[in-house]
Design a protein around this ligand. Structure first.
Ligand code: C5P
Length: 316
């Protein structure tokens, strides 16, 4: 039976700006998404049943159809029923290195890897844009996870344009393993609390009057100006998540006092990341924050920015 081992990297948001409400309940976003080297490993193999069998080594990750990776396989089965009948089912094994429910698109990356893996096993020859169209049906971050690197995402988050690759910065990721934030809660709370800053057009579509923060960051990325990138990172969801989770706010404040380029919450949190110009500065800031906060629930990862999306490690 043919099998592939794939790497699915985590992502951080260098920018997450909510620029409008959508009638479908989602939000119009401008995001700058960035892959990091920290990655899950996904082994996917053709099986002689017609089923999807999913195993994950992390106790909090579901192994049924509530897992995005499972839904990705189901989407491929439903989209290509004759190929599915011909090749049979798949066995998916996920080795988690990315913290779960963290705002790092771990689940989205696993789903992207399953789309890429089934495309290979079934020899479908789908192009990256074709895979990304399928990915958009599963979730807003999944198209980005297919291609990775540095990209600007608009619409629901699924419309992508590549930016100049940033790779020469280090990142500290920090997350309390006993805090999780519901993404729908974060967006809905933002919608309620910041309703005043919206204006409605004739069709009832609401958009923000507030200033758009993306241009200085995009300029800094074009110039690969790390110091300026560190100053321009931005996330609207901090406005609702940090007041509700004071420990996360204190974690960010602790990083802000270090010799780093910048610090921000990723996605809807609760992971806080610090951008650093070198590995030694990443290690130093991690040690300082760890010794100041001293909480066994607070976990750290040191990684680097990456230019890669889903990668094939090996095939058999
Ligand atoms: O698309 P995804 O499943 O990643 O989105 C998770 C949740 O985040 C959605 O259910 C929605 O509440 C919120 N969301 C949003 N607007 C977006 C993307 C996500 O409101 N553009």
């Amino acid at each position: 039976m043919q099998s592939y081992s794939l790497l699915a990297p985590a992502k951080i948001n260098l920018l997450l700006e909510i620029i409008g409400d959508r009638p479908d309940g989602f939000h119009e976003l401008v995001m700058v998404l960035q892959s990091v080297e920290l990655a899950d490993r996904i082994d996917i193999q053709a099986s002689d049943t017609q089923e999807i069998y999913l195993k994950c080594d992390h106790p909090e990750v579901p192994e049924d159809e509530t897992n995005l990776a499972y839904r990705a396989a189901k989407l491929m089965f439903d989209t290509f029923p004759e190929v599915h009948a011909n090749y049979g089912g798949v066995t998916i094994k996920i080795k988690k290195n990315i913290p779960v429910a963290a705002g790092l698109a771990g689940g989205s990356g696993n789903a992207a890897a399953v789309l890429v893996g089934i495309n290979l096993i079934w020899k479908l020859g789908l192009t990256q844009p074709e895979l990304q169209d399928l990915a958009a049906k599963l979730g807003s971050d999944i198209p980005f996870c297919v291609s990775g690197g540095t990209a600007i995402a608009t619409g629901r988050g699924e419309k992508l344009a590549s930016l100049k690759n940033l790779t020469d910065m280090w990142v500290v990721l920090a997350k309390y393993d006993n805090i999780s934030v519901s993404t729908p809660w974060a967006y809905q709370t933002y919608r309620q609390e910041y309703n005043d800053s919206y204006i409605s057009d004739a069709e009832g579509v609401k958009s923000r009057t507030a200033k758009v923060h993306s241009s200085p960051l995009l300029k800094a990325i074009a110039h690969k100006d790390s110091a300026e990138i560190g100053k321009q990172i931005y996330n609207d969801l901090e406005k609702v998540v940090l007041p509700q989770y004071p420990q996360v706010a204190a974690l960010k404040a602790a990083f802000a006092a270090q010799d780093i380029l910048g610090t921000m919450m990723s996605g809807s949190g609760p992971t806080v990341f610090a951008l650093c110009e070198s590995e030694s500065k990443a290690i130093a800031s991690e040690q300082q924050v760890r010794s100041q906060i001293r909480d066994p629930h607070l976990k750290f990862w040191i990684t680097k920015l990456s230019s890669k999306g889903i990668q094939v490690l090996s095939s058999n």
